[in-house]
Design a protein around this ligand. Sequence first.
Ligand code: MIC
Ligand code: SF4
Length: 641
Amino acid sequence: MAMNITQKVIKKHLVSSNMAAGEKIAIKMDQTLTQDATGTMAYLQFEALGVPRVKTKLSVSYVDHNTLQTDFMNMDDHRFLQSIAAKYGLYFSRPGNGICHQVHLERFGIPGQTLIGSDSHTPTCGGLGMIAIGAGGLDVALAMGGDPFYLSMPKVVLVKLTGKLQPWVSAKDIILELLRRLTVKGGVGKVIEYGGEGIKSLSAPERATITNMGAELGATTSIFPSDEITRAFLKAQKREKAWIKLEADAKATYDEVVELDLNKLEPMIAKPHNPDNVVSVKELEGTPVQQVAIGSCTNSSYRDMMTVASILKGKTIPPDVSLVIAPGSKQVLEMITRNGGLTSMISAGARILESACGPCIGMGNAPSTKAVSIRTFNRNFEGRSGTKDALVYLTSPEVAAAAALKGVITDPRKLGKKPPKIAMPKTFIVDDNMVIPPLPLKKAALVEIIRGPNIKPLPEFKPLPSMIQGKVLIKVGDNITTDHIMPAGAKILPLRSNIPAMAEHVFAPIDSAFPKRAKEMGGGFIIGGANYGQGSSREHAALAPMYLGVKVVVTKSFARIHLANLINFGILPLTFANESDYDQLERDDELELDVSGLNGKNLKLKNKTKGVDIDVKHPLVGRDIEIIKAGGSLGFVKARG
Ligand code: MIC
Ligand code: SF4
């Protein structure tokens, strides 16, 4: 049977038998990655599994998020992670080595293999032809322990790129245009596979910009073929041996096809406060800009940095603009240092940041009050930058550099007829001296885990009772992000390994009284709209509400990773049988739910305050029901032995 790329890779890794769309499948994971903000919890859970050494082909622990060390907490976590890596057979990418996705693309990604990472932008490596999936830390811990990853078999969408990118238009504009068309819900339950003539003009890092932001479409993952362009990139990384050819069969079929003509594509921009709020740059020209931030796992490759450097060369940024730049990896930083690109940036007035997530996750460089901040990042949720009323726009490096130079949003095509031409280097500077390889078994056994006072034990998991009673603790609207549920930023991120402290900030951007109310009421229900839990993979958005006693979340629909995280932590996810019943519930309503019939699909939610019964459904299949009954995955896996 003719197969597309997604089907080929999944089939090779399939542990269960049926690959029909919508079926629950289990796939073997070759590689895992974690970053420090989700990693501490992932490894506490891995420890709880009692497995002596990771069972994957390769597992890497990165430090890239919590690098603003305002007290002991973040560096304590880094030391914990380093000792865990040494003890359990992982590679450890030291702080300063770069953003996990950029480094993984450069140094570890392998076409045709599978990767699961505790970060929603793990699909970045889809740019090399991997099935790379973002998940909660617990799912990554289970994969390190040798378990397969369970998911619903996605539909496969072909995005057929025709034509060729025009001057000053780049990979970021492709994904922004797809977000404009398909929205942040458009990719839910789907893999986005790229094909067509147009892919031939995209290098591996440009493809990675596109697969990275497939996360914003809500897609399970995104994937490109592995072709001669992939081979050239791996060769330049001195990893040509990792290359295989991987392409869709000529007669492969798809659940949907989307065509995008690159000849017609223009520079695009996402307006505040959602990545799908996309218009053409032309429409916003002249808007004054106070900050420009360049970097993040979406746009921090050598090509992106050199594009910016060439645009800035010999110029000075205007007095009212603050320009910050974070190259994505030590490799990128070293390359642009040696070839003078960095000098162009510094001379123009750019403030150079370390190779890390930085401002993307509110780790420093928060914009000023009501500032317009133009960023090459992938998320512009309200308050994520650290400034509640900042207006964050998402663009390509070309558009960001143009805004930095002119002080207003500018169509980069106005910078001249010829855009900078950045050739892919024949060889990159390859020096993995900031990656500590796994220790041999004997030495690993002697390693002591370093636990600072910020590393608190995992909270207790309680089995699901058969009757759940409680109040509606909060009611929220559509597209609520995990940044709303469990915010990040420089103040809260250091608490990631301390759930009791973290729980004090649940729903802080929406309702700062939530934690107090939840505790006083002994827990209760959350009511949400459509696409509840979009965005980050942080399992803390399930774990901390669970700690506060939340037992059930009822919504119009869920985002994939958050849904899996709720199940993993024993919170029952439900959806309305009739979406209009969302209006039948208000904060403080007293609810009752009999869950003894969980093996069936439909349940009745009693609103005792309003005297109405509401039909609700659950999306649980197979082992999910047992997991929920056991109070979460850890309890389930331990009971299984
Ligand atoms: C993000 O971009 O929101 C993060 C921070 O990288 C998260 C992970 C986290 O919350 O630690 C993600 O994308 O999964
Ligand atoms: Fe880091 Fe931002 Fe990428 Fe998340 S989206 S991994 S915070 S750079």
